[in-house]
Design a protein around this ligand. Structure first.
Ligand code: FE
Ligand code: FE
Ligand code: ZN
Length: 295
């Protein structure tokens, strides 16, 4: 079965109910959200009542709570020694919020070493995660996202992700989130995805993949840029993204779109999800989204 959704919002008043309604409006059966603004750490208290209302709404609309994902804010950088205590503290709170929301997976950018070097950066991440898991005893898993390698980002190749997984004691609580734009920008050939997946399987194991971000890329392979493009309108192509979305070995893994709003204004998700379900690229899609929204 295809589990397809996208990034949705979460607000302090209606919380998970708001996110669920937005996902339903796009025809999604899973979704991903930040528990507050991704660039800051202001977080409101999770309401039990709203959470239960949202769970009921999900059941009515065939959204599987087990496939719903939280994304940790980018300001957490476990790779930076100077900021490690803050990251550990916030990540521990974030795992608690996930648990209160009934969400099982938290996607995390491994971090940027900011001049401390790859080896030291990876070690900082390992130390940070070991401390987090020492303090925190709920069941929520952290999925390390594969990164484009912009600046000093770590997790830009499978070997770096493996180094982190190997270094963390409770690595049964760790998995990986692949991002197609990031893989492309990091230099992996999405056009030959079976080879990429085999390489991943030999190093880490397909069973470690907990989520896949489906994005096209504005930049050529190996550019180390990380600029997402709408599905089929970038350098990866619709056909190659579809081969991942419908890959038989990735069937039960939630696929999440993080494509840009058209003209920075109109969410593309309803139309992109429909196009994915129909498996046919529509070159007029962005025009259609503009005209639907401008009416
Ligand atoms: Fe991300
Ligand atoms: Fe992503
Ligand atoms: Zn990205």
């Amino acid at each position: 079965m295809l589990w397809i959704g996208c990034h949705v919002s979460f607000d302090k008043d209606r919380q998970l109910v708001k996110s669920t309604e937005e996902a339903i409006s796009y025809g999604a059966n899973t979704f991903m959200f930040y528990t507050g603004a991704p660039q800051n750490t202001n977080r409101s208290k999770i309401s039990k009542e709203k959470t239960l209302d949202a769970h009921q709404l999900m059941r009515q609309h065939h959204i599987d709570l087990d496939k719903v994902i939280v994304h940790a804010p980018y300001i957490i950088n476990l790779a930076n020694r100077d900021n490690l205590d803050f990251g550990i503290h916030f990540l521990t709170e974030e795992l608690n919020r996930c648990s209160q929301l009934g969400v099982s997976y938290l996607v995390l950018h491994p971090g940027s070493h900011v001049g401390q070097g790859v080896e030291q950066g990876l070690q900082n991440i390992i130390d940070g995660l070991n401390t987090v898991f020492l303090n925190d005893h709920n069941e929520v898993k952290i999925l390390l996202e594969s990164m484009a390698g912009k600046g000093s980002e770590l997790g830009k190749n499978f070997q770096e992700l493996k180094t982190i997984l190997d270094g963390v004691k409770e690595n049964n609580r760790l998995g990986v989130c692949l991002d197609t734009c990031h893989l492309n920008d990091a230099g992996y050939k999405i056009a030959e995805f079976d080879q990429v997946l085999t390489e991943f399987d030999q190093l880490i194991g397909i069973d470690k993949i907990g989520c896949i971000h489906i994005n096209d890329s504005k930049n050529p392979i190996g550019a180390h840029k990380d600029r997402h493009e709408n599905i089929g309108f970038g350098t990866i192509s619709f056909e190659h993204l579809l081969s991942i979305i419908y890959h038989p070995q990735l069937e039960n893994i939630p696929k999440i779109l993080e494509t840009p709003y058209v003209d920075r204004e109109f969410p593309p998700y309803r139309e992109e999800i429909m196009m994915i379900k129909e498996r046919k690229f529509d070159p007029e899609l962005l025009e259609k989204i503009r005209s639907i929204n401008q009416k």
